[in-house]
Design a protein around this ligand. Sequence first.
Ligand SMILES: [Zn+2]
Ligand SMILES: [Zn+2]
Length: 108
Amino acid sequence: MVSDVPTPNTAHSSPLRYEEVTKDEFAELAAKFEFREIIGGYLLRGICPRCGDAMEYFHVDETVRDAQRQTAQKPIIEMVCTCVVAHRGQGPDAHGCGAFWNLSVEEE
Ligand SMILES: [Zn+2]
Ligand SMILES: [Zn+2]
């Protein structure tokens, strides 16, 4: 059983509850994420647009090979918050605050 003992949160003055939500503005804010291409995919680092915590997201790149036959198609990365802050209401396997959004990658 998960105990519902409030844990002190020193990083935030107003901790958010875990909630699976998305908003258009999340994607806009996440466009500022640091974007790196690494072996096997992309690494995105930045601040979660919902909870404001630092997070990293590794996206396994499966789209590029398929996209090669469809030029000018931007891959869409489905991102979720992966911050390490314990947001209240998280399930046992959940992490982050529950925010999710789609990020379209600008390719040169
Ligand atoms: Zn968070
Ligand atoms: Zn978050």
